[in-house]
Design a protein around this ligand. Structure first.
Ligand code: OOG
Ligand code: NI
Length: 491
């Protein structure tokens, strides 16, 4: 019997969602075609270098989606659906504490093995509303919101059952795969069901995101994000083409050193018609602006030290810009030039230096052309790099940035979240989220560290460095490291 394996389910699901979203939001189609054009151009200009952060085949189909759920049960159900497609929760993002607070906590479902990422890296940023957070919702609203959310079913039993079967059998027979994919895609289609005006507006007054999640009886894909090789060119081209872009590119600045982490930008949410049910039972049409288009450029994953440097620089740039204002006001271009200047002074300018300072993640391999002959190999990674025994390849950042995520949420809302800062936050952390999901919540640093570790184990083996090679490592969580293995299965 032909079994459709998880990576094929994932690729097909991503494609179906993308086709559906392009039908629902025509501007997304424009975004895709401009993205393709820019990628083609960058490839023609930079040749093989354009593929340093991923083969063009991967980058061309690469998307992330964003979904917003209401309750622990919905989150746990989503985890089952994504597990069927080889997507596992990675990272914990608390957007309630961001400068632009949003009443959600999030994780990202994504493939975690390198071979799986290479096959199809589709990932989904999944946010969950926190109705128990008193800073946003008073006791009465919390109770009614939870009742509303508990009364709805986003993922039906048949879909969940198919998902569990796919996990057990590592895929599904063709007919069941079809069932699974069409049901899973349908969950995220924009519903035409009337929305209760009073309820929606009551939540909207607290937070537009709360209304988008808890004000309607179903869910929908919020946005899908293609990956572009030059985000500055793309931003410029879309803006010049009359698409209302948000001003900023979120994340690191454009600068002369290696691309790090993630840079994102989006076009403003578009008005979509929805039917509302009024208090007297009559129906009326209205505009809702919640869904938008986003695009992203991915760079190298950073180590905890690299991340601290990034976070510190972000704060420092804000501080310096704050010091200059209001005497000097900078436009977007001046601001990003200023930021790039600070980066150039503070961040190593080459991949090799980033590796030597343990600021970013790479895989290493013995460089047969440059490796010194007739010498004993050194025992430290530093010496192996300095003496050119090994060359390095960047490990791509596969995750998200909470500040950018909060910025993306907020930049697309028409009003602010109302918070009562006198109230205490409910304590919700990664361990809590892991309990909700009922499955391991992976730490992104450990995933990157493991990829680096495996490549260095292979280097040590190849160079017969007995007794091991010295290189930076994270301290392991309980449960330990999984073995470095070849791909678990073949196409
Ligand atoms: C999610 C916003 C975060 C990103 O790319 O950082 C996000 C949302 O709007 O639901 O998608
Ligand atoms: Ni996004």
């Amino acid at each position: 019997m032909v079994i459709v394996q998880p990576h094929r389910l994932r690729a097909e699901f991503a494609k179906r969602l993308s086709d559906m979203y392009a039908e629902e939001v025509p501007a997304y189609r424009t975004l895709l075609s401009v993205t393709r054009e820019v990628n083609r151009q960058v490839r023609a200009e930079r040749g093989a270098d354009a593929e340093r952060f991923g083969a063009i085949g991967r980058v061309g189909v690469e998307r992330h989606g964003a979904i917003r759920l209401g309750s622990p049960r919905e989150m746990a159900d989503a985890a089952r659906i994504f597990a069927a497609m080889g997507m596992y929760p990675v990272g914990f993002y608390d957007l309630r504490d961001a400068a632009t607070a949003v009443p959600v906590v999030s994780t990202a479902f994504r493939p975690i093995d390198q071979d799986e990422l290479a096959r199809n890296p589709f990932r989904v940023f999944a946010s969950m509303l926190v109705p128990t957070d008193r800073r946003f919702f008073n006791a009465d609203l919390q109770r009614r919101l939870i009742n509303f959310l508990n009364a709805r079913t986003l993922f039906d039993d048949e879909l969940l059952h198919l998902a569990d079967r796919a996990v057990e059998r590592y895929g599904l027979p063709v007919d069941e795969a079809e069932q699974f994919l069409s049901r899973a895609t349908a969950v995220f289609r924009l519903s035409r069901e009337p929305v209760d005006r009073g309820w929606y507006e009551e939540l909207h007054a607290v937070s537009p995101v709360a209304a988008d999640i808890g004000g309607v009886p179903s869910t929908h894909i919020n946005h899908l994000t293609p990956r572009v090789l030059d985000i500055d060119v793309l931003h410029h081209r879309l803006a010049a083409g009359g698409i209302a872009m948000i001003d900023a590119i979120q994340g690191p600045p454009r600068w002369c050193g290696p691309d790090l982490l993630l840079r994102q930008t989006s076009f403003r949410a578009l008005a979509e018609m929805r039917t509302f049910r009024e208090a007297d039972g009559s129906h009326s049409e209205g505009d809702v602006r919640v869904r938008f288009g986003e695009v992203e450029a991915r760079g190298i994953a950073v180590t905890p030290a690299g991340r601290k440097l990034y976070d510190d620089l972000t704060v420092e740039v804000e501080r310096l810009i704050g010091l200059c204002s209001p005497t000097v006001t900078m436009n977007r271009y001046q601001r990003s030039e200023f930021e790039a200047e600070i980066w150039t002074k503070s961040v190593p300018l080459t991949e090799t230096e980033l590796a030597l300072d343990d600021l970013a993640y790479f895989t290493f391999h013995v460089d047969e052309t440059r490796r010194p002959r007739g010498q004993e190999p050194p025992r430290t990674l530093r010496k192996l790099i300095e003496d050119r025994w090994v060359s390095l390849d960047p490990i791509v950042y596969e995750d998200f940035l909470p500040k950018s995520a909060a910025g993306i949420f907020q930049s697309n809302l028409t009003s602010d979240t109302v918070m009562d800062c006198g109230q205490r936050a409910t304590t919700i952390d990664a361990a809590w989220m892991e309990g909700v999901l009922g499955t391991e919540l992976h730490d992104p640093y450990h995933l990157y560290d493991q990829i680096r570790h495996c490549s260095l184990t292979a280097v040590a083996h190849e160079l017969s460095i007995d007794g091991g090679l010295e290189f930076p490592q994270l301290t392991q969580r309980s449960g330990g490291r999984t073995a470095c293995s070849a791909p678990r299965y073949v196409n």
